[in-house]
Write a protein that binds this ligand. Structure first.
Ligand SMILES: [Zn+2]
Ligand SMILES: [Zn+2]
Length: 75
């Protein structure tokens, strides 16, 4: 049996850990004044440019998917 282990995010500067990457992003921004990368489509913020690019790619794939599904008449 495979147990679901939530991925814990940890601050590299003060080693505080967070349940969600969003919380870590918020922490880095407000506590350490770290600049963040923002998604132009939905406004989600990321600590690393590569994370943002990964998110944008996923978003684009989802959009392509939605278009494909709408053509079949299914949601
Ligand atoms: Zn910190
Ligand atoms: Zn987005």
């Amino acid at each position: 049996m495979i147990l679901f282990i939530p991925q814990r995010r940890r601050c590299e500067q003060c080693h505080k850990s967070f349940n969600k990457s969003d919380e870590l992003t918020e922490h880095m921004k407000s506590v350490h004044r770290q600049p963040v990368f923002k998604c132009r489509n939905c406004g989600k913020e990321f600590l690393h440019e590569k994370d943002r690019l990964h998110h944008v790619r996923e978003e684009n794939e989802r959009k392509t998917d939605a278009r494909r599904h709408s053509r079949t008449g299914l949601k």
